[in-house]
Ligand binder design. Structure first.
Ligand SMILES: [Zn+2]
Length: 284
């Protein structure tokens, strides 16, 4: 199956820059988009990530985080732009279960199957995960766990990757959260990779002029070791010899032979540019 990708604009989040960039000394704030995707192939519809439950809920993670949303950026409105209603969606895939990725999953009926890496759900209820996993969102997933067909749990660490449908598979990300996953889809234009939050800023993490060829910079927002996060990012860049990378909070780019070759000029230069002056202080 070849898939068509439709981007869902699910608002914005404003955050302290320190949350994303290691050793950032300045008190500065950045705004970045929150995106989900609708994938279609014939009559089959798949959604990747569901945004935040409400703009106000972002306050729970502290650091004066703010959600920004217009009525048109609600998930239901974004799906409607493509003539799709929640009950028309066959699968909802979650790159991970953070507050800005799994907030509107209860929009979908139990006949829609939600797909999560088991380890991510386990982490969400481990008591280690903090306010980034709101109880409203996670309790809904537990309800699905007890509804036949409503929740499909993957075991990506052990399986090395699992196919959801032809041309659509999930692999363990190995970073950001304990159970984050990457979604890989085949399209007419080539392979597309949805990386969740392994990449916040293409320009900062994958195109830094101070790094060696094929080196990458990790964010400060991860629960695995810095070494694991770095390996996960390097592995991501080797997903295929040529693929389109879709980060959740930045614009898509083309990656060839492990390097960003197209689209990088559109990434978050305007907001992240303020941080470049301190890039030399960043511990990779
Ligand atoms: Zn996120």
């Amino acid at each position: 199956m070849k898939w068509t990708v439709h981007t869902l604009d699910l608002g914005e989040v404003e955050l302290n820059t320190r949350r994303l960039i290691p050793n950032e000394q300045k008190i500065d704030r950045m705004t970045f988009p929150v995106q989900g995707w609708l994938l279609t192939s014939g009559d089959t519809r798949v959604v990747i990530d569901t945004g935040f439950r409400s703009p106000e809920i972002l306050k729970r993670i502290g650091d004066a985080a703010t959600g920004i949303e217009t009525p048109e950026q609600r998930l239901s409105a974004q799906l409607a732009r493509h003539g799709v209603q929640a009950q028309d969606v066959h699968y909802v895939l979650h790159t991970h279960l953070h507050i800005d990725h799994a907030g509107q999953t209860d929009l979908f009926p139990m006949s829609t199957t939600v797909v999560i890496n088991r380890r991510e759900l386990e982490y969400a209820v481990s008591g280690l995960s903090g306010p980034s996993y709101p109880p409203e969102d996670i309790k809904h997933l537990i309800d699905r766990l007890h509804s036949p067909g409503a929740l499909w749990l993957l075991d990506l660490e052990g399986t090395g990757g699992e196919q959801i449908l032809p041309g659509l598979r999930c692999v363990a990300a190995g970073g950001h959260t304990e159970g984050s996953m990457i979604v890989i889809a085949e399209t007419e234009a080539g392979t597309v990779c949805f990386s969740g939050d392994l990449v916040y800023s293409v320009r900062h993490q994958l195109m830094s002029p101070t790094t060696l060829r094929n080196d990458v910079i990790v964010t400060s927002n991860h629960v695995v070791s810095r070494r694991s996060e770095k390996i996960a990012l390097k592995r991501l860049m080797q997903t295929a010899p040529r693929f389109f990378l879709y980060p959740s909070h930045d614009w898509p780019v083309l990656v060839e032979d492990g390097r960003v070759t197209e689209g990088g000029e559109k990434t978050l230069r305007a907001t992240m540019g303020r941080c470049f002056c301190s890039i030399g202080e960043i511990t990779q």
